[in-house]
Ligand binder design. Structure first.
Ligand code: GRF
Length: 203
């Protein structure tokens, strides 16, 4: 499976995939890492691992549609079977996304459908939730709204802050993302219409 990873920042989820491939725990080829941020640490991690990279700065594009068209054209040159959004902080224009639907997944730090969008840890705390977590889902035109593949969760403890929650959740995110990519590589999970299919059965 040819995998592209898109990052906007730190890239620890990308690193988890790189490490799993290096350890032969994940049988995919990470063919490119792309970013909307030239300075993203994730790009440096890819370079260190000998993976091709590209970065396209949205400044200089008149609109989202034009930028995303070009971004996905660049991505397409690497012919990825799967595109993993791992801390990619952009909403993708529906027209640019349409031909890719079913091949793009995202990791989001909440128990979707709760808390689409930003500041998920603070929102879970403010709501007094007992549990918090992360989701990997197929990307559709609806922000953080596509069908969920799998989730991890943890208990919110008294005294938790957005930072402490984020710190505790991150290693679980890494494991979840590795697992979901492995399932897709094994053909165990796929998107069919608007449903996730597991072993060919709609869930
Ligand atoms: C993760 O919490 C991910 O769930 C969210 O952005 C963060 C990215 O972290 N979408 P990193 O760049 O992978 O370290």
């Amino acid at each position: 499976l040819r995998v592209a990873v898109l990052v906007s920042g730190r890239g620890s989820n990308l690193q988890a995939l790189i490490d799993a491939v290096a350890a032969k725990e994940l049988a995919v080829d990470i063919v490119v890492v792309g970013s909307n941020k030239v300075a993203a640490e994730g790009l440096r991690r890819a370079e260190a691992a000998g993976i091709a990279t590209f970065a396209l700065d949205p400044a200089g594009y008149a609109d989202r549609a034009g930028y995303d068209r070009e971004f996905f054209e660049r991505l397409g040159e690497y012919a990825p079977d799967l595109v993993v959004l791992a801390g990619f902080m952009r909403v993708i224009d529906p027209a640019a996304l349409a031909p890719w639907i079913g091949r793009v997944i995202n990791i989001h730090p909440s128990l979707l459908p709760k808390y689409a969008g930003l500041k998920t840890h603070a929102r879970a705390l403010a709501a007094g939730d007992a549990r918090h977590g992360a989701s990997v889902h197929y990307v559709t035109a609806e922000l953080d709204g596509g069908p969920v593949i799998a989730q991890v969760d943890l208990a919110i403890e008294p005294g938790d802050t957005p930072d402490s929650l984020a710190t505790r959740l991150l290693p679980l995110e890494h494991r979840l993302l590795r697992q979901c990519v492995a399932w897709i590589a094994d053909g165990k999970v796929a998107l069919a219409g608007e449903r996730v299919h597991v072993d060919g059965v709609a869930r």
